[in-house]
Design a protein around this ligand. Sequence first.
Ligand code: AMP
Length: 284
Amino acid sequence: MTELVDAISRIRQRLPARERATRLGLVPTMGALHAGHASLINRARQECGIVVVSIFVNPLQFDSRADLEGYPHDLEVDLQFCSRMGADIVFAPTAEDMYPEPPACTVDVGRLGEGLCGRFRPGHFQGVATVVMKLLQIVQPGLAYFGEKDAQQLAIIRRLVADFNVPVGIVGVPTIRDGDGLALSSRNRRLSEGDRVLAPALYQALDTVRRDVAAGATDPAAIRARALEEVPQDASVKIEYLELVSPSDLRPVERVAGPVLAAGALWVGGVRLIDNVYCEQERI
Ligand code: AMP
């Protein structure tokens, strides 16, 4: 049975130093849990003695009030989900507990937060890095688990812990998809039936990049143009960006000369979906 801890003061009491001797794994989430989150919890369960799942919809990382207010949440359902997954603790603090007043100090993520999603969501990754830093300080895990679906977030968190010497291992977990390729996301439940049919277009476009790169294509502009042909001409679909970037520093590549990450964001109806696919040239 998963134990619910809903205050910072109590999680500190609940996880005294003695228990930290057992490897502690943290899976940070915003709730509305699905099989993507389950994959992170499973991995933590395999590698750690104690598994803590945090559920916190972080106001600092939302650039739109409507998006924050429309974000799905049902703590009771998530708690049952975590129990089934064998998590030991769900840490679900309130926003007042996490931010008794607006923080004076936040994490500046610099250039890493400017490209890809950062271009369209100013301040978003600063909010993400700040809450992850707080969660790492509060729970003090030995390992923390993040999805590769959010590639820019994962890259920033790897730099965050390296730059601030936070003693935690960051584990990246592969993206879980539906049968048609759509990456699982809490936001998918906001898609209408019609929009759900259109949503896999993002993965299809990214997978077109993967096939193109595997076949030896090297010009990002031409690759990108072919991939965009996969996006349906439909009033409710709008590509926000689709880029080929270096997997290590997420800078756009001028020519494909090694592995690249194809990353994109697609609006379907009023829902913003992101995804990325690792692409490499086939060895002959
Ligand atoms: P979220 O609740 O959307 O903030 O996600 C919490 C964690 O789960 C993040 O590290 C995400 O990257 C990860 N995650 C979300 N969706 C997936 C997915 N489809 N596959 C793998 N990991 C995911």
